[in-house]
Design a protein around this ligand. Structure first.
Ligand SMILES: C[S@@+](CC[C@H](N)C(=O)[O-])C[C@H]1O[C@@H](n2cnc3c(N)ncnc32)[C@H](O)[C@@H]1O
Length: 264
């Protein structure tokens, strides 16, 4: 099976699934609505390359960030491709931590995020509850925890979704969904346009698929004072318009991605 270089593996991943500018705008706007001030300190759980944390510190000399991931491979990519591009002064305010999101940290932050559904790694409710409790402890008194989540009528069945990008195609492949346990097995494949080669199973995710209501209940049990749900507005063609608004009522569709915010 052809193998992608590490450089391409993370470059293609980031350009396919991440959009930090939008995420940072959303976090800033929602935090300000709740606490009437800008959030300054930021922890990116399951951060991988921690590209978002590196972007966070670019906002002002007062912004600080930490990116936590177990795996040295994405961290090395992040150090070489994101951290290295920060100024010396910005570097002082951004730290990579090679460790477990469950570890106790000596610092607290205004914001913690767990994006790209990474907390789906916890398959048992008690394990997820334990993680959410640790997150709550890691937040300042004025603090918010943001996650993203996906679902829809097409989400719980084997299928492959292909998205075209400038220099590659991205495949989100649901290989298996077990209705008895809600366990899912996902792969990411990429096809590079320059050589026409498809690289299979570049990333594998062995997850439990949680629903929004389950996540709200676990966040409340972890002690969060308020859990806010969002839904994406529609463009004229029935697709998402990129604007997420606060609501607790929505109409299901084939496939959706949205945010949840838990207030400490
Ligand atoms: C789906 S990737 C998410 C990367 C990035 N947050 C993003 O939004 O694209 C999940 C990451 O979580 C890391 N990970 C899994 N379990 C972890 C744990 N218990 N503590 C810290 N990192 C963990 C993996 O090494 C992997 O880099």
């Amino acid at each position: 099976m052809p193998k992608l270089s590490l450089e391409d593996k993370y470059r293609l991943y980031e350009s396919s699934v991440q959009n930090h500018e939008v995420d940072i705008d959303f976090v800033n706007k929602e935090f300000k609505k709740t606490f009437k001030r800008k959030p300054l300190t930021f922890r990116e759980d399951f951060g991988g390359t921690a590209a978002m944390a590196c972007d966070w510190v670019k906002q002002s000399p007062e912004h600080r960030a930490w990116g936590i991931d177990l795996d040295s491979e994405p961290i090395s990519y992040g150090l070489e491709n994101h951290y290295s591009k920060l100024s010396d002064e910005q570097k002082e305010r951004m730290k990579y931590i090679e460790g477990n999101v469950l570890d106790n940290q000596e610092f607290k932050t205004d914001v913690i995020v767990a994006f790209n559904f990474s907390y789906f790694i916890f398959k048992k409710r008690n394990d997820l509850l334990n993680y959410f409790k640790k997150v709550r402890e890691g937040l300042n008194d004025e603090g918010c925890f943001f996650v993203d989540i996906f679902g829809g009528t097409e989400a719980r069945q084997p299928m492959v979704e292909e998205t075209e990008h400038d220099d590659h195609s991205y495949f989100w492949d649901c290989e298996d969904y077990n209705p008895l346990t809600n366990e899912v097995l996902y792969y990411i494949h990429f096809k590079k346009h320059d050589n026409g080669i498809k690289y299979e199973n570049v990333f594998t995710y062995d997850w439990r698929m949680w629903s929004i209501k389950e996540i709200i209940d676990v966040m409340e049990d972890a002690g969060f004072s308020k859990v806010q749900t969002y839904w994406e507005g529609e463009d004229g063609d029935g697709g998402g318009d990129g604007n997420f608004y606060r609501t607790d009522k929505a109409e299901n569709c084939e496939s959706w991605v949205t945010y949840i915010c838990a207030v400490k």
